[in-house]
Design a protein around this ligand. Structure first.
Ligand code: A3P
Ligand code: MG
Ligand code: MG
Length: 380
């Protein structure tokens, strides 16, 4: 392919925003009509237990229990003595999703149950969290990312690679920051029960190995997507709509006391919250607002469909259409560059804020992420 120099001239309308070698994240380039995004359909779920073992079922699902009108939830409780933290130095890559795919292959191929050797009817397989990073990239000024892509039997698998900067940040976390990462999980423990008629058990041990994940299928423009994301809990009302519409995302955030804090909340936090839940079709976020000491003093529900109205009064605020169009163009870019169908080839897409997305190609390298057990079973 010719080494075409990249076009860096301004955002003239209708012009392809990317050359063959790089992709711009400038938000002005993505302000067009909202792309087609099909209502996500849940095709399955899986659970990870207290030892991070995979189960092809919903055993880790939890039920939301609304806290009192004027709550007083101490998020620091149990940090020292009732906390088992997942070992985040273990890089799980796409493994849990791949396990789910093998267990549910007949649901995913064009010819259904009769075609065990048939290819998946899907363009992209990834984690919801990786897509969230794509949606927010046009507005991200601090953290870059690296995404490894492998084309295998016609499907593109996308798995994140930790950047050097992220690894440094992780190593240099302060004790306060370490503790604050616990607070979000503690809020979940105060508001979730294990059974539909149960009560939350804030006196129990909090183990962040445990997770319930939904697997959804949808389409963004002409990209057929299959992705999975962790779900915090569901509405316990038996008349609640089917998943994913019954799911609830839980969040904590610092209490808002000044107009400046409100504006920052709208411009930065609501972007992340919207992107994370919009993707799998989770309709609401329940937010616990906490003071400096980590005590939740107010709880508020944010319907995802209302977030874009809430932020309209903010000056140069984020726009959902920019997020979705960038993601769609990124996926087109990936289809265009990741041409070799080979489980041991990785296309590494790298991005730093204020730069374009670039890529490099790696063969039989440590970036390879499709495990042998997956490749072999998909090939047989
Ligand atoms: P908060 O989001 O309330 O801070 P999630 O909200 O996605 O369900 O994640 C649950 C909690 O995990 C978060 O709660 C936070 O405490 C912790 N967490 C998730 N991602 C994190 C990250 N990138 N850095 C630090 N903490 C994180
Ligand atoms: Mg969660
Ligand atoms: Mg949450």
């Amino acid at each position: 392919r010719p080494n075409r120099p990249q076009n860096q001239s301004g955002p003239s309308r209708g012009q392809n925003p990317h050359s063959s070698l790089s992709l711009s994240t400038r938000k002005e380039l993505y302000e067009r009509d909202f792309p087609v995004y099909k209502q996500p359909v849940e095709v399955g779920c899986f659970s990870l237990d207290s030892e991070r073992r995979f189960f092809n079922d919903g055993r880790q699902m939890r039920y939301y229990v609304e806290p009192d009108r004027s709550p007083n939830l101490d998020l620091r409780d149990g940090y020292k003595d009732r906390f088992i933290k997942r070992d985040d130095s273990v890089k799980e890559k796409l493994d849990h999703m791949l396990r789910w795919i093998l267990a549910n292959r007949s649901k995913l191929s064009a010819r259904g149950a009769t075609a065990s050797s048939c290819d998946l009817d899907i363009d992209f397989v990834t984690w919801r969290g990786h897509l969230t990073k794509l949606l927010t990239a046009p507005y991200e000024t601090r953290e870059g990312w690296q995404l490894a892509v492998t084309r295998f039997r016609g499907t593109l698998y996308i798995s994140e690679v930790e950047t050097e900067a992220a690894r440094r940040d992780q190593e240099n976390r302060t004790e306060r920051h370490e503790e604050m990462m616990y607070w979000g999980y503690k809020f979940e423990q105060y508001t979730c029960a294990d059974t539909v008629h149960g009560r939350p058990d804030p006196g129990g041990v909090l183990n962040t190995n445990e997770a319930f994940c939904t697997v959804v299928q949808t389409r963004l423009a002409d990209h057929r997507l299959l992705f999975s994301g962790e779900v915090d809990c569901r509405d316990k009302d038996p008349n609640a709509p089917a998943a994913p519409a019954c799911y609830i995302e839980l969040k904590t955030s610092a209490e808002i006391c000044t107009p400046k804090q409100r504006s920052n909340f709208h411009r930065f936090k609501l972007l992340k919250w919207w992107a994370q839940s919009f993707l799998p079709g989770v309709p609401r976020v329940v937010a616990g607002f906490r003071d400096e000491e980590g005590v939740v003093v107010a709880v508020e529900t944010f319907p995802i469909s209302k977030i874009s109205h809430l932020i309209k009064n903010e000056q140069n605020c984020w726009k959902p259409t920019v997020c979705m169009n960038f993601c769609s163009d990124f996926l087109s870019f990936v289809k265009h560059i990741a041409t070799e169908d080979n489980p041991s080839v990785v296309y590494l897409l790298s991005w730093e804020p204020r730069r374009d997305v670039t890529f490099s190609v790696h063969r039989d390298s440590p970036y390879c992420f499709l495990p042998h057990w997956f490749v072999e079973e998909m090939t047989s």
